[in-house]
Every structure is written in C-alpha cells, then in structure tokens.
Ligand binder design. Structure first.
Ligand SMILES: *Cc1c(COP(=O)(O)O)cnc(C)c1O
Length: 243
C-alpha cells in the first residue's frame, strides 16, 4: 500500500506537470491537494513525508479522528465538505487553514462570529455549483457575486477564490463547461474590485479530470482516488445532506 501511494503520487505529479506544459503554465501555479476522506492517518503520513503539504477532509469527524496522528507532520489542512454550523468550533480547534466549501451567508456569519470571539481569521473559497446537479452543494453561479460581496464584509473571512465540484461524468469534455463557468465568475468578480477579496485560487479538477481543469485555469487540483485507491463509500455519502 505504501509503495502504491508513492508510485501514484509520482504519476499524479507528472500528470500535473504535463498538463501545465500543455497549457503553457508553470507547474508552480498548480497545487496538489490530497482529498483524504476514508484514508488512514498512516497512509496520509506516507504522502506528507514524501513532500506533499496540502490535505483536506470532507467531514469534521474524520478531521478530528486523524488530528493527533498528523499533528507532528507539517502540513496545511483545508476543509472541502458540507459544513454544518454546529461544527464550526471544531474547524478552528483542528486548525483548518481554509474552508473551501463556503456556500451560504448564514454559515459565513456564524463562522465570522466564532472567529471574532477567538480573535482569529480564516481563508475561504466560495463554493459554486457549476453543474446544476441538485445533490451537490454550492451557491448558484448567478448568486456567487452577491454572496462574495456579503462575505467580503465579514473581515475575519479572507476570500481567496472559488471552488467547484465539476459534473460527475466520465466524459471530461462534459465537465469542461463547469470549469469555464468558474473561471468566468472569477474574472467577473475580479472586475468588481471588491475590497477584502482576492480571487487568485480556482479549486477545480479531481482524479479523472485534472488535465481539463488545469487547461481551464485551476490552481488547486483535489485528488483522492488516483493517489489512495478506490473508496468503499460512494461519493454521495460525502456530497449529500443529512448523512
Ligand atoms: C473526494 C473529493 C475529491 C477527490 O475526488 P477523487 O475523484 O477521489 O479524486 C475532490 N473534491 C471533493 C470535494 C471531494 O469530496
């Protein structure tokens, strides 16, 4: 298993490099984020010790379970799952650096309140639902600018860009429009010059479609399966409400 992870990491980093070359971009512009849902702390450590630095969980419960084991290995933790407001304090306790899944104002306001009381700030990405699939979270593209504006007024939240989960499809050409929507939104928001808003990051692309995402401007690709192998649970377990 350890060998598999190390081998897969090499393949992924090579795929990222090739995709960047093809798109005329520098590989420094794209970070590999390891999506570690269902992956043991031991296997995550294998990747961290091989020079990976960025990991993310979908569920607060898993963040909590692995926290102690990973603490001593340097890394940056993001959160990419649906965040319930009653779990906000855990996000801060377990040192999440960036919530990539900020998709509604009430969550932003509650996060802000908690950060104020702890005297902290946090990076956030606005999650956009670019595929119009009901099962996925994220603000509707038409409402993303308005949400960004409102979140920008909450000074403890540092907006760094946008995140999306593309259309779940084996056909990479079918997910491309999702990535284009996110890129266009980024440009539109940049054009508004909103104070306290940075729009450098586009978190898009996963195991199956990272090349397409890089062509369309991704700065963070989120990869799970292609590094750690297939998961036992279907993704709907992580992407749907109430589970
Ligand atoms: C699981 C997950 C990924 C990674 O998906 P893979 O297909 O396993 O690479 C990326 N983003 C989010 C939000 C996820 O939940």
């Amino acid at each position: 298993m350890k060998e598999d992870i190390l081998h897969n990491l090499e393949i992924i980093n090579e795929r990222i490099k090739k995709a960047c070359e093809k798109a005329g971009r520098s590989p420094d512009e794209v970070r590999l984020l390891l999506a570690t849902k269902t992956v043991s702390a031991e296997h995550i450590k294998t990747a961290l010790e091989r020079g990976q630095t960025l990991i993310a969980e979908n569920k607060v419960q898993e963040l909590k379970e692995k926290y102690e084991d990973l603490k001593s290995t340097p890394h940056e933790n993001h959160f990419i799952g649906h965040l319930q407001t009653n779990k906000i304090k855990d996000i801060l306790k377990y040192e999440v650096a960036c919530v990539q899944s900020l998709d509604r104002l009430d969550l932003a306001e509650k996060l802000h309140q908690r950060l104020l009381s702890e005297g902290k700030t946090i990076d956030v990405l606005i999650q956009v639902n670019t595929s119009a699939e009901e099962s996925k979270f994220g603000v509707h593209p038409d409402e993303a600018l308005e949400l960004t504006r409102k979140v920008s007024e909450l000074h403890t939240l540092k907006i760094k860009g946008l995140m999306t989960i593309g259309l779940f499809s084996a056909e990479t050409e079918q997910v491309r429009p999702c990535f284009k929507i996110l890129k266009n939104l980024q440009q539109e928001i940049i054009g508004q010059n909103i104070p306290n808003v940075e729009m450098k990051e586009l978190s898009m692309g996963m195991s199956g479609d990272l090349e397409t995402a890089i062509e369309e401007g991704s700065t963070i690709v989120r990869v799970g399966t292609a590094v750690f192998g297939a998961r036992v649970y279907p993704d709907s377990f992580y992407w749907n409400e109430g589970v």
